[in-house]
Write a protein of this length. Sequence first.
Length: 158
Amino acid sequence: MAEREYTTAEINIRTGEEPDAAAVSAVIGRIVQEASPVGFDHAWSAAEVLTWLRRYGTNGRMFVAETPDGIAGFAALDFNTQEPDTGTLGVWVLPEWRRKGLGTELAECALQFAREAGYRRIRGRLPQDNAPALSFLSQIGAMAPLANPEMRFELPLQ
């Protein structure tokens, strides 16, 4: 079966809501099966995702990529209680949807929210030895050192 290409019109990037908890949980479940999952050490239940969504309040936000096949990925912009002007960004996309622009679109939505919310910088982690992730981060303007044992990045917001 040939892989289907989707048009941007068929993909909806929107704020994640409570009814999306099970679909986001399913994405996390697939991500943690990968060789270098970042941000998750176990599959999260829908209840755990729901708690995460509810905790955001007005300080953070989740964005989901809704495709004809369901949720294909999500971005989470979490707030930092120790540095109120700093957010933490994570973007996760199912393998079959990578390198199609979904991650970039999700990140751009999260960064726009961060700017509007008054964040001055964004931080996050990425998988080690992941050239596509480094390329993706450089496209959105993140500074990621090439030799970084913890593979962290920082993105100043203007």
